[in-house]
Write a protein that binds this ligand. Structure first.
Ligand code: ADP
Ligand code: MG
Length: 265
């Protein structure tokens, strides 16, 4: 039976990434207070919410840049970073965590390209160091990716000669070079001059159309409305509301969602 749901999302009821009961503390600060989220293969989830609500922390937990205090994150049914033994969660071996992390690409607000490496070298570095590809293969893939983000002519350039929008597109290509199954974006356009935002969103949109599974923290409401399968609103460490763009933007259920949307529209 076809399980496509009535909301018209791409959901097949089989999440690639699944988060259950996630809690995170920073000292006394309870930053994630029981987060549940499913993202299906090929889905784009846009994560919205006021500053300090825990959006970055959530992404960082998925990518194991932060440890978690309770709950679990699974990819394709396998718990990430931890494994259960004797009813307790134990950290996996470093090598295993590293292998799992390679399946998750992340793009930050600040691109953090290596300034002393060319654009091409920035993209080939990780795949070659981690033995994912030999040098020739890595270069060929990098050139394909540069083509995809519209920067094939910049392969030999250094990051300092690029605009912010170009740097961010290189950062996206660099993340894609590891052939991730999921891409996480943490406000990828927030640090850009307004005229450079569009070129980055365009690349992200084409990635989404190509079937990439994505979680995108963004304040770009038009992008979320157009590209998201699922819009997720966070507030104070919990998910306030999640649904299709039409559900969340046109008929938000919670007062706090309404309040937040009033401020960003
Ligand atoms: P958002 O991305 O939604 O703005 P964050 O996840 O960055 O929110 O932060 C959520 C809360 O956790 C904020 O109160 C922030 O100050 C706090 N926080 C984030 N990272 C740390 C950290 N490394 N140490 C202590 N507090 C942190
Ligand atoms: Mg943040």
């Amino acid at each position: 039976m076809n399980t496509a749901n009535s909301q018209g999302t791409k959901s097949a009821g089989n999440p690639l990434l699944s988060i259950r009961g996630l809690h995170k503390f920073f000292g006394p600060l309870h930053v994630l207070q029981g987060v549940d989220l499913d993202v299906d293969e090929g889905q784009v989830a846009c994560l919205l919410g006021p500053s300090g609500s825990g959006k970055s922390t959530l992404l960082r937990c998925i990518n194991h840049l932060e440890s978690v205090d309770a709950g679990r994150i699974t990819m394709d049914g396998t718990t990430l970073s931890y494994m259960e033994r004797g009813g307790k969660m134990h950290l996996r071996r470093r090598k295993e965590i590293s292998r799992q992390r390679q399946e998750i690409g992340m793009v930050f607000q600040h691109f953090n390209l290596f300034p002393h490496y060319s654009v091409l070298e920035n993209i080939t570095l990780a795949p070659t160091l981690l033995g994912k590809a030999n040098s020739a293969r890595a270069k060929a893939t990098a050139m394909d990716l540069l083509e995809q983000v519209g920067l094939a002519d910049k392969a030999k350039s250094y990051p300092s000669s690029l605009s912010g929008g170009q740097k961010q597109r290189v950062a996206i290509a660099r993340a894609l070079a590891m052939k991730p199954r999921v891409m996480l974006f943490d406000e990828p356009t927030s640090a850009l001059d307004p005229e450079l935002v569009g070129e980055v969103l365009k690349v992200m949109k084409s990635l989404a159309e190509g079937g990439m599974t994505m979680i995108v923290v963004t304040h770009e409401m038009a992008f979320a409305r157009e590209v998201a399968d699922q819009v997720v609103v966070m507030g104070d460490g919990v998910i306030l509301e999640a649904g299709t763009p039409a559900q969340v933007f046109d008929s938000p259920q919670h007062e706090r969602t309404k309040n937040f949307l009033r401020h960003v529209h």
